[in-house]
Design a protein around this ligand. Structure first.
Ligand code: GDD
Ligand code: MN
Length: 375
């Protein structure tokens, strides 16, 4: 097998036959397979099976009932199942012209690259197929931000946000990837210094169907970027900071509308406690939710921690001032820093502790912490 073509799909039925036809035509004379990793909620799997029955190359279907990690998780699952070490990742909507796969393969065969990126942003490439000016601007800006955050690892990559690339699995450590959301190439390139080459391509309009990109994918991307660069603890800190600001803003607004300040403080706190918890759930600890039991239990633990922290912190300030003779503001600042670290550790080890085996539980907590320490 020369090549496995991994195609993540979510409700892409009308594109399947055309994609298989063009991919097969573009790669005549090569031993290839096409692996659809499908999280669809419609009849896409049936369509893939039908097309597979008459295709000239092996067409495989992996349908996931539990779509962990979304698009990125699907791609990693495809890597695990691939018959070849050489894999191309390509969207299922023909925005990535299958004819380019031949270029990717030829470039890879020169032997000096672990990853060959199909780029919209080098001479000969275009991003004209992006739906509108907003998407183009967002794509450009996030590319710049990402390159600025990983200047060395992304030095040779003009398009880290593309979903179209070839990778040699022998150069990757699949276990170290933490796929979440759309940007799987970024996850691969940011984890490890790899040799990157590029070929240009023109990003085409969709053949059929609608884009699955959304604002929540955008938020997930920003969290991914923060976590890759600074670790989970910083994403946790950013959420805490946003919460503190929101708390003040809400309190200010309520008192402006005439609410008594103590009531305003209570309402602001309740809203920010819930808001913060949701941000932790869906962004910071999104990858640990599935294994850590019921959301309601996590909320109870997180809420209890806030209460206990508030009760414990004040007497500790007293002790630091009375016994250790620290200035009161310094004492308060120290307790805030300590509370932050303890809160993070408590959430990572207790609130989001996996419910599985003890060994798996320790590994899930310790390995990411090790990664962060290393970073
Ligand atoms: N298995 C699986 N699971 N596939 C998914 C999921 C999911 O949760 N979400 C989306 N996909 C599939 C889609 O079916 C499609 O084949 C591909 O992933 C890309 O999704 P689109 O909805 O077409 O996204 P896009 O066109 O906005 O984004 C593309 O362009 C970006 C660059 O601007 C993707 O290629 C991104 O990877 C790329 O970064
Ligand atoms: Mn698309």
């Amino acid at each position: 097998m020369d090549l496995s073509v991994i195609v993540p799909t979510f409700n892409e039925g009308p594109n399947v036959a055309e994609l298989v036809r063009r991919t097969t035509a573009a790669l005549r004379g090569r031993a290839v397979e096409i692996v659809f990793v499908d999280d669809s909620t419609d009849d896409t799997p049936d369509i893939i099976r039908t097309v597979a029955a008459t295709a000239d190359v092996p067409v495989r279907l992996i349908h996931r009932d539990d779509p962990v990690g979304g698009l990125g998780g699907a791609v990693v699952e495809g890597f695990r199942a691939a018959a070849s070490d050489r894999c191309v990742v390509m969207d299922g909507d023909l925005q990535h012209p299958p004819e380019i796969i031949a270029d990717l393969l030829e470039r890879a065969e020169m032997g000096d690259a672990d990853v060959v990126v199909a780029s919209r942003y080098i001479a000969g490439g275009t991003s004209d197929g992006l739906a509108n000016a907003v998407r183009t601007t967002v794509s450009r800006a996030s590319t710049l931000l990402t390159k600025a955050m990983f200047p060395k690892k992304l030095h040779n990559c003009s398009d880290p946000m593309t979903g179209f690339f070839l990778v040699d699995l022998r150069a990757l450590d699949l276990e170290s990837l933490r796929p979440r959301g759309f940007k799987i190439l970024l996850e691969i390139l940011a984890r490890k210094q790899l040799r990157v080459a590029e070929v240009p391509f023109a990003f085409a309009p969709r053949f059929a169907g609608e884009s699955k990109a959304s604002l929540s994918q955008g938020m997930r991307f920003l969290t991914q970027l923060t976590m890759l660069r600074f670790g989970r603890m910083s994403a946790f800190a950013v959420v805490g900071g946003i919460g503190a600001l929101a708390n003040l803003a809400i309190m200010w607004a309520l008192t402006e509308f005439g609410m008594e300040y103590l009531w305003a403080a209570v309402v602001a706190s309740v809203i920010t406690i819930i808001g913060n918890f949701l941000l932790l759930e869906y962004l910071v600890f999104a990858d640990m939710r599935a294994e850590s039991g019921q959301m309601w239990h996590r909320f109870a633990k997180s809420f209890a921690f806030n209460g206990i922290e508030a009760i414990v912190r004040i007497p500790v300030i007293g002790i630091l001032v009375e016994r250790a003779h620290l200035p009161s503001v310094l004492a308060a600042a120290l307790t805030l820093v300590a509370a932050f670290v303890v809160r993070f550790v408590f959430h990572a080890l207790v609130v989001y502790a996996p419910k599985k085996s003890r060994a798996a539980r320790i590994a899930a907590v310790v390995e990411p912490l090790e990664d962060e320490l290393a970073a």
